[in-house]
Design a protein around this ligand. Sequence first.
Ligand code: DON
Length: 413
Amino acid sequence: MSADRLGARFLQDPLTRAFSTVLADVRSLDLGGQVADYIPELANVDADAFGIAATSIAGHTYATGDSATTFTIQSISKPFVFALVLAEIGFDRFLEHVGVEPSGEAFNAISFDDAGRPANPLINAGAIVTTSLMPATSADERFARIRDGLSVFAGRTLAIDQRVYDSESRTGNRNRALATLALSTGVLASSVDGAAEPYFQQCSLLIDTADLALMGATLANNGVNPRTGVRAVSAEVARHVLSVMSACGMYDRSGDWMVRVGMPAKSGVGGGIVAVAPGEYGIGVFSPPLDAFGNSSRGVETLRTLAARFGLHLFRHADQPGSLVQAIEFDPETATLSVRVRGALDFVDAERVVHETLAAATAHEFTTLVFDLSGVTEATPFVARVLHDLLEQARSAYTVTAVDPGGIVTGIR
Ligand code: DON
């Protein structure tokens, strides 16, 4: 559902308004930048176009500015092709061909480690090898599989911009050279053209910021497209991809990016950036002028502003998570201690529940312990194991009643 309008016709939804304010604020800044022209056809874009879209893991999209203007995905295809290839061949086999280390170098650097592998799948050398790893019997089939896979992330069939593809194919000799070097070190899994042409094609797929937001939201949502409900990749693959995006997504700007923005992201020379707030949002931004590092100037500023205003930095968290131990009650008449727990329980939550229960158990003389988990919505296997252990130990000294309709703890044997 598009959340452009809520109920009443005059009322614009507050989330879209918040994104529109960010767009207006960033548009008012003089950020400079140059539209990429090393692929000649890329120079023919509207340099003023500026759009933002965000899609939550509930599948709602908030879009503002030129959010429906299409542009070529370019390097933003790389993390998604990396995801598709991981799903096909697994992480261990992937690592025989490409590393996952930040290169600290420009996107088109000649980057090969001692084992002959490119540093990571998000610089050109690594991305071309990654494309070669998509199993196929021909270059056409390889691209078809990549296009189909990226279309699952986007929730619609993506089309290619033939002119941009022809333009890059005509001029992309540095990328062919990188593929040739990868062939010489033994890591390229296809012929040079069998990797370079599908790579140029994947970079020429047309998307808009709403597509980018949904593709990012699919990574944010453990690999399931939150609009279509279709799984693009496993949760583990989505996690691997976000990890590599965190370390390497913004090339030689990746460290500064994680400090200032704190969202795994990937930029493209077409002017797009996708950023992911895991478990929350995918965000797409588009503005063609690029900064000295090859990242959209307005895109970088937009994501910095969004991260600060919306509190999206990955390492930001509440000082004190909400109350998980809802109530601890002691009834002296029946010598019963009741502990009521609620919410989604993670590692640190288990610690709080255990400590508060032990403190109450030390403070009171009781014979019956009632442990009420009916308000618990989710618990990691680790938390379930810890609470199970707590109750098993309590059983040796007290009468224990576990209220556990979800079988979170009582389901463990
Ligand atoms: O390989 C290239 O040169 C382009 N097709 C893609 C490069 C790119 O988007 C780099 N991104 N920031």
